[in-house]
Design a protein around this ligand. Structure first.
Ligand code: HAM
Length: 401
């Protein structure tokens, strides 16, 4: 028997119902906020992710599904969505046109991580990206939109916020941090490596011993330049104004290298160790890094698998019909009726004549709301009975209606 690869799952059964329900409703909300659907290829040049997500990140350093294709191109299955959307933004020359563009996307992402609950090698994200809006009001808006999505599904969360500064305040802070790290003994191997490649990632170390050693590390939030400080204060005050609760996490640095200023994560308690359900922030220099014209960017992505256990489907039955044929002669009539009614309704049927009892069983299985059976008598009398399976009410209807 051929099994799926480790850390990869089929989208099927209850998961698939919830998945489509989730995508439909998040897409609806994103459209209401002015975002347009975008889909970029799953496979991109490896260089795209190295230059955006960053060589020092775990994603690029350890987790890429990277290979040489038949044309000898170095390619990679996308580990996240932002890099591809930024690449598409530049490919379409939107950076030259100026103005504001907003996109949403969903689909599979690939990271060769150690699989565990909430951590897969192929997982799905729903994400949004805004280009050309440097105002922190956009950061607030996308956080409010994400909150609206979680509220719609009744998903509880905690919002964690930080600011990662800008090219003015980050370099002096980094210098300060490296000095502190140089004077600190006993850091783990990962931290020593990150001290050289991207020192702020040290703050994110999961090692308990390093946590203690880093307790007195300099804090970026206390060393922001005046613009970053003002922006962060404005973001907090907008969130306060809208009644959005948040926690300040001065060690939240995110696992991807492209961020500046706002960085945030939504976490959910009670779903296990992998509790980050969404993450995002600002990346004002990424378009430029990828050879586009300087354009501000901000966005987020949710991990759909981590959310599925928290999403409850609405109880009401779908407005669907089950139509069954009771005789060979009525089968063609049923097929014609089904094709006609499918223009505006969800219709279940079986292309075989059976007894009423057998059809009823099938209708129950597909959770139909209305039940109709057509046999020789119905054809002769030109009427049939339509039964509401919820209320058990029956109504006689003329065949032509
Ligand atoms: P990220 O934090 O790497 O950010 O991923 C976003 C979300 O994807 C996480 O919060 C988590 O829910 C989910 N996720 C990540 N890895 C896995 C995994 N192995 N298995 C299951 N779920 C996972 C990004 O990807 C950025 N592109 C977000 C962004 C968009 N920033 C700006 N715009």
């Amino acid at each position: 028997m051929v099994n799926p690869l480790r850390g990869m799952k089929d989208t099927v059964g209850e998961f698939s119902e919830k998945y489509t329900y989730f995508i439909e409703n998040c897409s609806r909300i994103a459209k209401n906020y002015g975002f347009n659907f975008i889909e970029t290829p799953i496979l991109e040049e490896t260089a795209l992710f190295k230059r955006s997500v960053g060589e020092s990140s775990d994603i690029v350093g350890k987790e890429m599904y990277q290979f040489i294709d038949k044309g000898k191109n170095d390619v990679c299955m996308r580990p996240e969505g932002t890099a591809g959307v930024v690449r598409a933004f530049i490919t379409q020359k939107y950076d030259r046109a100026g103005g504001i563009k907003r996109f949403f996307y969903h689909g599979p992402m690939f990271r060769y991580e150690r699989p565990q609950k909430g951590r897969l090698r192929q997982f799905h994200q729903f994400g949004v990206e805004t280009f050309g809006q440097p105002s922190v009001k956009e950061d607030a808006m996308i956080i409010l939109m994400l909150k609206e999505m979680f509220d719609f599904f009744n998903i509880g969360y905690r919002l964690q916020l930080n600011s990662l500064g800008c090219p003015e305040c980050m370099p002096p802070y980094r210098k300060n941090l490296v000095k502190f790290l140089d004077e600190t003994e006993g850091l783990c191997e990962d931290c020593l490596r990150r001290k050289v490649t991207n020192p702020i990632r040290v703050l994110d170390c999961k090692n308990e011993h390093c946590h203690v050693l880093l307790e007195n590390a300099p804090i970026l939030l206390e060393n922001l330049c005046s613009t970053c400080k003002d922006d962060f204060n404005e973001l907090k005050s907008i969130l306060d104004d809208f009644g959005v609760e948040y926690e300040i996490d001065t060690k939240l640095v995110r696992g991807l290298d492209y961020y500046n200023k706002t960085a945030f994560e939504f976490v959910s308690d009670g779903i296990g160790a992998q509790n980050a359900i969404a993450g995002g922030g600002r990346y004002d220099r990424l378009v430029e890094f990828l050879d586009g014209r300087p354009t501000a960017g901000v966005g987020f992505a949710m991990g759909i698998e981590r959310l599925m256990d928290l999403v409850k489907m609405p109880e009401t039955k779908k407005e669907s019909y089950y139509i069954g044929a009771l005789s060979e002669d009525s089968l063609l009539k049923v097929m014609k009726l089904v094709v006609q009614m499918r223009k505006s309704n969800v219709i279940h049927t079986q292309y075989i004549s059976k007894s009423v009892k057998a059809h009823m069983k099938a209708a129950d299985k597909v959770n139909a709301k209305y039940f109709i059976c057509i046999g020789d008598d119905e054809l002769k009398n030109k009427t049939y009975v339509i039964k509401n399976l919820e209320t058990k009410e029956e109504k006689s209807v003329e065949l032509r209606d």
